[in-house]
Unconditional design. Structure first.
Length: 213
């Protein structure tokens, strides 16, 4: 099982369990450890080799810290919901309540709650709105640098506006505030991110970015 699959399965387990927001980081950690140990045990059984020493949970934490250093949000250090929105509002200059109307923090995931039809008139426009909202929120609300591009792709896919053929070249690349990083798995923000983030907020809120109406 690769890292992306492990994180995805662990988070689904947390969501299915219905634990409180405050307990989600701990539950996520336990789910990762459980799935990892089970995966390693299965691999040892199929190979027929001698069992390896059980990995201590601290090494699992180190693994997640290594992921964080390459961009992915560290589940052990995730801000709570109030801190997330306060940081994002402060960095973007958008009212916190408006951000709460458009975005939802679910553990290490940032969801766009606005219906896809309100994010743009076509798939490309909708995808760019999702990129600006989610990448901006992950960077400034979760302090994720560079932003995990796969997390942004998953949210675009959830909103039915993800086009794997055109995502990097036709959707992300034309943007001025959001660029492809050192690999396709990274998104980096430029000094112009605020303009595109505010435009995306206005569009998702159903108002003009110029007049505010």
């Amino acid at each position: 099982m690769n890292v992306d699959e492990l994180i995805e399965r662990a988070w689904k387990a947390v969501e299915k369990a219905g634990v409180s927001v405050a307990a989600q980081p701990t539950a996520f950690k336990e789910a990762v450890d459980f799935l990892r140990d089970g995966d390693e045990g299965g691999a040892r059984g199929s190979s027929g080799g001698a069992p390896k020493p059980t990995r201590h949970r601290s090494s699992a934490g180190q693994s997640r810290r290594n992921e964080a250093s390459s961009g992915a949000a560290d589940a052990d250090n995730l801000p709570d919901e109030n801190t997330f929105f306060a940081q994002l509002a402060d960095e973007s200059g958008v009212e916190e309540q408006e951000l709460r109307d458009l975005l939802q923090l679910a553990g290490a995931k940032v969801h766009v709650t606005t219906p896809a039809r309100n994010l743009g008139t076509n798939t490309s426009e909708q995808a760019r709105t999702v990129i600006a909202l989610v990448a901006g929120a992950r960077s400034k609300g979760l302090s994720e640098k560079p932003v995990d591009a796969e997390a942004v792709r998953r949210e675009a896919d959830r909103k039915h506006c993800y086009d794997s053929t055109n995502f990097s070249g036709a959707h992300l690349r034309p943007m001025k505030g959001f660029n492809v990083g050192s690999s396709r798995n990274e998104i980096v923000l430029t000094s112009k991110w605020i303009d595109e983030f505010k435009e995306a907020v206005a569009k998702a809120s159903g108002r003009s970015p110029d007049t505010g109406e």
